[in-house]
Design a protein around this ligand. Structure first.
Ligand code: ADP
Ligand code: MG
Length: 336
């Protein structure tokens, strides 16, 4: 089984079956404790439905929100729930598991994920750096002696990496991705309309009318929230153009991170990228016009991977079958 432990979504894929689980990386706990509600079952969709609407004593948390593990016990509870669920609750047939973790997490955090997978019933666990799984899932020729570049824009982090010969040559992790875009929209609504909106509404605006570059049809959208002065519920109409402006800052930060990574790349590898270009994946890759914005900023060809939200999960599953091939990098991750 291959697991994409993402800051927003966790996906599990099984050889021959494809993606068998795709749920939000969210856990509901009793406030001030590590006690997961409903006997450890308030995870994923169940917990997501509680987010932002929880009564006082309950909070829904995303333990990997910033690409670092904020709480080991809660992360373990989440991973255990997902592994068991994907495994049809069969505890005896312990699977072999490849878990992809955000590249920014520390050795201690990796160890915690590794141990959790073992306790959750994995017979053997391998960790892999997320950009490697992303590139493999996107179908890039990572084992060849030529450079591939992948940019994975998730919820909490954007991971920018250049790979060659089955290894990551250069990589940067930036804490500017989908959540940051949502926040930029929340701030825009406050500043421009004195309107408070929630995170879920901000995300809906981004997905429905958000863009990184002009893309032809400019839509509008009706938004509801709470007036900051009167405190009363109110609605207003916003345009795609103003949301594009609000998203300019996160988009620029991402393109600057890509430029920085390219600057740190060996000239021979950089030369390969003139032809092969950049492949985008992760949910953020679905932002309209993002590939155009990155193409304009770097001068390199940019394309969005097929089914960008599942690239990493599909990559981990392919790694299951190629552990021999990639063992070195997987094992060194465990030591590191
Ligand atoms: P992670 O790997 O960190 O769990 P994902 O790759 O699952 O993250 O991507 C989740 C992010 O992608 C969220 O911030 C979500 O709002 C964003 N996203 C999903 N679909 C779209 C879309 N159509 N346009 C823009 N952003 C999107
Ligand atoms: Mg991801």
């Amino acid at each position: 089984m291959g697991i994409d432990l993402g800051t927003c979504n966790t996906l599990v894929s099984v050889r021959g079956q494809g993606i068998v689980l795709n749920e939000p990386s969210v856990v509901a706990v009793r406030k001030g404790t590590n006690q997961v509600l409903y006997n450890g079952q308030a995870v994923g969709w169940v917990a997501k439905d509680m987010l932002g609407k929880t009564p006082g004593a309950i909070t829904a948390i995303r333990p990997l929100k910033d690409g670092v593990i904020s709480d080991f016990e809660i992360t373990e509870a989440m991973l255990t729930y997902f592994i068991r669920k994907a495994n049809g609750n069969r505890r005896l047939i312990a699977p072999r598991v490849v878990v992809s973790v955000p590249s920014g997490i520390t050795a201690v955090e990796k160890r915690a994920v590794f141990d959790s997978a073992g306790r959750a019933g994995a017979r053997r666990t391998f960790l892999c750096e997320e950009p490697l799984a992303a590139a493999i899932g996107a179908g890039l020729p990572v084992t060849e002696p030529t450079a591939s570049m992948v940019v994975d824009i998730g919820g909490g982090t954007s991971e920018v990496a250049i790979l060659s010969l089955g290894d990551i040559a250069v990589c940067e992790s930036l804490r500017v991705a989908g959540d940051y875009m949502d926040n930029a929209i929340i701030n825009h609504m406050k500043r421009t309309y004195n309107l408070m909106i929630g995170e879920q509404t901000a995300e809906r605006i981004k997905v429905d009318i958000g863009s990184a570059a002009p893309i032809g049809e400019e839509r509008t959208m009706e938004v509801r929230g709470r007036d900051m002065i009167s405190g009363l519920p109110r609605k207003t109409v916003i345009t795609a153009e103003e949301i594009r402006e609000a998203l300019q800052d996160p988009v620029n930060q991402i393109t600057e991170c890509i430029a920085r990574t390219l600057e740190r790349t060996e000239p021979e590898l950089a030369a390969d990228l003139v032809e092969s270009g950049i492949v985008l994946c992760g949910g953020g890759a679905l932002l309209r016009g993002l590939s155009i914005a990155i193409q304009n900023a770097t001068g390199l060809p940019v394309r969005v991977a097929d089914d960008p939200l599942t690239c990493v999960a599909r990559g981990t599953c392919i790694l299951l079958d190629n552990i021999e091939l990639l063992k070195q990098s997987l094992e060194s991750d465990l030591d590191g």
